[in-house]
Design a protein around this ligand. Sequence first.
Ligand code: SF4
Length: 365
Amino acid sequence: MIEAEFSRHLLEWYDANRRELPWRKTPEPYAVWVSEIMAQQTQIDRVVGYYDRWMKRFPDVNSLACAHEEDVLKHWEGLGYYSRARNMLKAAIVIVQGHGGEFPTDYADIRGLPGIGEYTAGAITSIAFGQPEPAVDANVLRVFARLLNMEESVRGAKGRSRVEKQVRTLIPTDRAGDFNQAIMELGALVCIKNPDCEQCPVLVYCKSYGAGTVLQRPVLPAPKKIMRINMATGVLVHEGRLLIQKRKADDVWPGLWEFPGGGIEDGETPEQAIIREYMEEVELAIDPVEKIITIVYNYTRYHVTMHCFLCRFAEEPSEPVFNEAAEGGFMLPAELESYAFPAGQRRLVEFMKNDRSFDALFSDV
Ligand code: SF4
């Protein structure tokens, strides 16, 4: 058991060292919710720019509830895990229709909103409403795995439940939100992968420091195997416009836009894959005429290599038939800015935008 003085030491450190972040200025439930959802899987430094842009466009629940999904996805573009943005739109509609546009204050009501799990519900209820609910994210798990010198994995239900119980015994009723944020801040600034224990305000309570096992904590499950994927994508240009299509609702990255293409099959070259994919996906006969770029990126446990080619019609131009997309069409290069693309495809768009040779290619091919 960690001593009662723990919270006082931690909060004193937090008051002196916490980062000034835009959502900390006004801990309104909507602001806390937006920042917490954005911060999942994303570094805080990157979140700030997205947060500011989002709050300008959707300053409150009502403005978000009225937005089109396309607009919401566009403001999420680059953050990844797009189901988070779609769920925020759904949750905003529930708040407007079911709660009169006022963010619910009850933990169970908040937890029942689309896309809000235990962590986010705990963060909103404690930070915005001052209720003593734990908010246990990866940072908090890491800190407590070390403080308690936990031999069990913190990713398992047993380990997580132990941490939550410990937080409940420590969380002060008068500063619940600050306590949760202080633990997260400690995990983000001091108790990092290679922790700076000499700077730690709760070093005296840390069992793994005492036992010399800091670097063996937290105990994690074996990492999942990385899968390597080779893909080919074709940018079909016709009369200065480029063909893009919108992914179906039940596909990976639903609602996002892309240039047609797909996985390279055994024995295929990237060019052959593009020709086949175009025939399957949009029933167009095309020629890959020039390599644009090879883009390498990681997506969850996938390591993707995407070969990108400029293409033209191989035969008389015809209308695409969108067999594997919700919709699509030929767009002007400038129009691509208003569509949300997955990260790899957005990099392709940005490359073409910044490479002067494409100014001419767009109009000449
Ligand atoms: S003493 Fe080191 S390992 Fe323990 S909580 Fe502090 S920073 Fe983390």
